[in-house]
Design a protein around this ligand. Structure first.
Ligand SMILES: Nc1ncnc2c1ncn2[C@@H]1O[C@H](COP(=O)(O)OP(=O)(O)OP(=O)(O)O)[C@@H](O)[C@H]1O
Ligand SMILES: C[C@H](N)[C@H](N)CCCCCC(=O)O
Ligand SMILES: [Mg+2]
Length: 241
C-alpha cells in the first residue's frame, strides 16, 4: 500500500471525526480489506464504564476488532480535555513510546490503519508533540472533518495551513452535517470556497442524519464524487504494489 492509512482529524472537537472514521470502516468492510483502527488517546473516560470508551468502542464495533485493547486505545484519561492537560492534572505524562508500540503492532498486522485524533490538529499530547506531530510521526495523510455552517472557512483553512506548515499531506476534507438554513446563506457555497482556498479536494458534503450509523454515512461518503476519485487513485496505486 502506498500510504499506511489515514489520520482523521477535525477543525474542532465534536465535528464528526468518529462518525466519519466509522463510515470509512464501513467502506473498507465492503471492499473486504483487512485494516486496523486506533484511537491513540481518548480523554473523558475513566475506564470503569463498559469495556470501551465511546470513540474507540465505535471503531472496534464497526471494524470487528477482537484483539488486545492496548493496540487500539493505548492511552486514556478521565478528564475530557487535551491529553497534555488531562495528563498534567493527574501528575502524569503521555508515554509516546507506548503510542508508537501500539502503532507498530497495528502496522505489522495491517497494510492500512485508520487513526482518529482527539480534538483538532494543534491539540497537545506532550510539550513537544501535538496531533499533527503524531500524524507526521506515523507517516499518515490527513482527512479533515469540518462543520458545514458559518465559521467553517476560517477553521478549515487554518487547519490545512497548520498541516502544511508541519509537512503533512491532506488527502481530503469532509464537510459534515449540512442542514439548509435560510438564516445562513453560506452553507451551500462553503465547500466550494474551502476547496478554492485550500486546493484540497472536498471528498463529500454529508447531511445531518437522524441516525448517523456507519452504513448510512458510509454509503453517502462512498457515493460522493470527491471521495470516489481519491479511492479510485488509492486502489490503482495499491494494485501497482
Ligand atoms: N452527519 C451527522 N449526522 C448526524 N449526527 C452527526 C453527524 N456527524 C456527527 N454527528 C453527531 O455529532 C456528535 C459529534 O460527532 P463525533 O462524535 O463523530 O465527533 P468527534 O469529532 O469524533 O468528537 P470528539 O472530538 O469527541 O472525538 C455525535 O453525537 C454524532 O453522532
Ligand atoms: C473530550 C473531547 N471529546 C476530546 N476527546 C478532547 C478534545 C480536546 C480539545 C482541546 C482544545 O482544542 O481546546
Ligand atoms: Mg470522536
Amino acid at each position: 500500500m502506498t500510504i499506511p492509512g489515514l489520520f482523521v482529524t477535525g477543525t474542532d472537537t465534536g465535528v464528526g471525526k468518529t462518525v466519519v472514521t466509522a463510515a470509512l470502516c464501513h467502506i473498507l468492510n465492503r471492499l473486504g480489506w483487512s485494516y486496523g483502527v486506533m484511537k491513540p488517546i481518548e480523554t473523558g473516560w475513566d475506564g470503569t464504564t463498559g469495556d470501551w470508551p465511546p470513540d474507540a468502542g465505535r471503531l472496534v464495533e464497526i471494524s470487528g476488532y477482537t484483539g488486545d485493547p492496548e493496540d487500539v486505545l493505548p492511552i486514556f484519561f478521565e478528564q475530557p480535555a487535551a491529553p497534555l492537560m488531562a495528563a498534567r492534572w493527574t501528575g502524569q505524562t503521555v508515554d509516546v513510546d507506548r503510542l508508537d508500540r501500539a502503532w507498530e503492532r497495528q502496522r505489522r498486522r495491517h497494510d492500512f490503519v485508520l487513526v482518529e485524533g482527539a480534538g483538532g490538529l494543534a491539540v497537545p499530547i506532550t510539550e513537544d508533540l501535538d496531533m499533527a506531530g503524531l500524524a507526521r510521526r506515523w507517516g499518515l495523510p490527513l482527512v479533515v472533518v469540518a462543520r458545514a455552517a458559518l465559521g467553517t472557512i476560517n477553521h478549515t483553512v487554518l487547519t490545512v495551513a497548520y498541516a502544511r506548515a508541519k509537512g503533512i499531506p491532506v488527502a481530503g476534507i469532509v464537510v459534515n452535517q449540512f442542514v439548509p438554513d435560510p438564516a445562513d446563506p453560506t452553507r451551500p457555497d462553503n465547500a466550494g470556497m474551502i476547496e478554492e482556498l485550500t486546493q484540497v479536494p472536498v471528498w463529500a458534503v454529508l447531511p445531518h442524519f437522524r441516525d448517523p450509523d456507519a452504513p448510512a454515512v458510509g454509503e453517502a461518503l462512498a457515493a460522493s464524487p470527491g471521495f470516489r476519485r481519491w479511492l479510485t487513485g488509492l486502489l490503482q496505486e495499491s494494485r501497482k504494489g
